[in-house]
Ligand binder design. Structure first.
Ligand code: GLC
Length: 559
């Protein structure tokens, strides 16, 4: 395949309604695991630059880079110690500029991760807070509180960390006495900022500008629903079945508070100072589509991951409902839906869609989990699910490796696991390492060509040669070719800005709709379904004799 060099126009804002992010397919790069140029077993920015041609060939519009900032890497970079610099493990600022320039020259936009809920405990502000007095301006950038109980030796409230265990850690004061406690919704190495403090607000305007000035096209905003906590930090224990990120719990005093919207409006104004339709995308785990839609009102964020869609099981009625709800709720506030099936925090959809039990976000799956999904069924469903998703109007995010059909790595050895969730729960929750295993590029190279050596920060399964990019490159039935075909057809038919009409007359476990001149039919049932007479444009699996097998989806031309 040859591709002309395209230059991304950095011009005045587009006509409202035609901005790039409304329809873009955005590919998530998790830098540690994408491609390693240095040979230390951890992916880096040069590795990404070296592989941009593959992404151009795949046919995506933009990439989202998970954090590459200075960080002790206690939560794989989501613990930032310097927001405007690159961690040496990933390279240098010059490497970032080169990557950004090369991506733009290929017509690929780049959004970066912004981590505003917390910093690393090694951030200079937190180090200053530790040596400062209780009540000092240095402590006021974070959420330090006195403890409860006789000597203040009980945490200020009963909140639990998303990664397990208490959400508070006690410090030792500079004079050696046991001191105040600080809040960390995640690991103890990730202290939460106090977003009521104007100094924190100003610092994040500066951080946004330092990357906007370098030319990034926008930000994916980490834990966007967690920045504001209810005044007084009241006790709260989520119901036992609640999702620790807030997806199902509704009333936690630290998720989805109204005050967050003022922060996003402020950032929206900062981005509007720049040319080229820069965009904000919220990571916000909220109970309903309608609540998530509030995040993307015209003067706030531009996108918010549709996690209600991601969490929907492989069930036609439930999927139809969440799609219908999404196509009502987001356009009602003038926003696109932002479809997504996988990312670095959830069980890869090539595994998840074959599971028979629902596992809360972030808990993961491992060798002792009761549910051991069938990988063949999982891959078949994943291919069908992506075929369905990429026809839907709006934007879509892909997660690196899903175009190879990678499954979750379930049998990682305990000693290899690195997710703080694993350590903070004494190994009772496996966590997210299984979706973060480095990408196999080359079937016959050491480490499957992830880097120049066979080093890999998480071990790759011995069975991954057949899933490597090189093994799929010339196989028209491969998952890689399915993604390429879907993306090319989606672009040609402008499906991202299409309109969806449900089609009647199919069995209940079939999803059928028309979008512009394409009919999409997905069979989620257990019996083959007769297809109408039409040209098959693309199919997620073999279609024989006009019958659509179970767990298969097609796009038909109805021209
Ligand atoms: C988000 C990130 C996740 C990280 C957490 C804390 O959910 O996606 O990977 O661990 O925030 O920053």
């Amino acid at each position: 395949m040859t591709h002309p060099t395209v230059h991304v126009p950095a011009a005045a804002p587009s006509r409202p309604g035609s901005e790039w992010w409304r329809t873009a397919v955005i590919y998530q790069i998790y830098p540690r695991s994408f491609a390693d140029a240095s040979g230390d077993g951890i992916g880096d920015l040069r590795g990404i630059t070296d592989r941009l041609a593959h992404l151009q060939e795949l046919g995506i519009d933009a990439i989202w880079l998970s954090p590459f900032y200075r960080s002790p890497q206690r939560d794989a970079g989501y613990d930032v110690s310097d927001y405007c610099d690159v961690d040496p493990v990933f390279g240098t600022l010059a490497d970032m500029d080169r990557m950004l320039g090369d991506a733009h020259a290929r017509g690929i936009r780049v959004i970066v991760d912004l981590v505003p809920n917390h910093s690393s405990d090694q951030h200079v502000w937190f180090q200053e807070a530790l040596t400062a007095e209780p009540g000092s301006p240095e402590r006021a950038r974070y959420l330090f509180r006195d403890g409860r109980g006789v000597d203040g030796d009980e945490p200020p409230n009963n909140w639990e960390s998303v990664f397990g265990g208490p959400a508070w850690t006690r410090v030792t004061e500079p004079d050696g006495t046991p001191g105040q406690w600080y809040l960390h919704l995640f690991d103890a190495s990730q202290p939460d900022f106090d977003w009521a403090n104007p100094e924190v607000q100003e610092e994040f305007r500066r951080i946004l500008r330092c990357w906007l000035d370098r030319g990034v096209d926008g930000f994916r905003v980490d834990v966007a629903h967690g920045l504001v906590k209810t005044d007084g930090l009241p006790d709260h224990l989520p119901p036992l079945d609640a999702d620790s990120m807030g997806g199902g719990s509704g009333d936690a005093p630290y998720w989805g508070q109204d005050g967050v919207h003022e922060i996003f409006r402020d950032w929206n104004r900062v981005l509007a100072e720049y040319d080229g339709d820069r965009a904000l995308c919220a990571e916000a785990w909220l109970p309903t589509v309608d609540q998530t839609a509030l995040w993307v009102r015209p003067d706030e964020m531009h996108q918010a991951f549709n996690f209600s869609y991601l969490m929907t099981p492989w069930d036609a009625a439930q999927l139809r409902e969440v799609i219908t709800e999404s196509l009502r709720a987001y356009p009602a506030v003038g926003a696109p839906s932002t479809w997504v099936l996988s990312n670095h925090d959830v069980i890869r959809h090539a595994t998840r869609l074959a599971m028979t039990t629902a596992v809360p976000q972030g808990y993961g799956i491992g060798p002792a989990s009761p549910d051991q999904p069938d990988p063949v069924v999982g891959l078949r469903r994943a291919r069908a699910a992506t075929t369905l998703m990429l026809a839907l109007p709006g934007s879509a995010y892909l997660y690196q490796g899903e175009e190879l059909g990678l499954p979750e790595v379930i049998d990682l050895p305990d000693e290899a696991r690195q997710d703080p969730t694993w350590f903070r729960t004494g190994g009772t929750r496996y966590g997210r390492d299984g979706c973060r295993v480095p990408i196999p590029w080359q079937a016959d190279a050491p480490g499957y060509g992830f880097g120049p050596s066979e080093r890999s920060w998480l071990p790759q399964p011995t069975s991954w040669a057949r899933l490597s990019r090189s093994a799929q490159e010339h196989d028209p039935d491969s998952t890689l070719w399915l993604y390429r075909t879907l993306l090319a057809l989606r672009r040609n038919a402008s499906l991202g800005s299409g309109t969806l009409t449900w089609l009647d007359g199919y069995p209940a476990d079939v999803i059928a709709f028309r979008t512009d001149e394409i009919t999409v039919i997905a069979n989620l049932g257990s019996e083959p379904v007769a297809l109408p007479t039409a040209t098959v444009l693309v199919s997620s699996g073999p279609v024989d004799g006009g019958m659509l097998p179970p767990d298969t989806a097609v796009w038909l031309s109805v021209r």
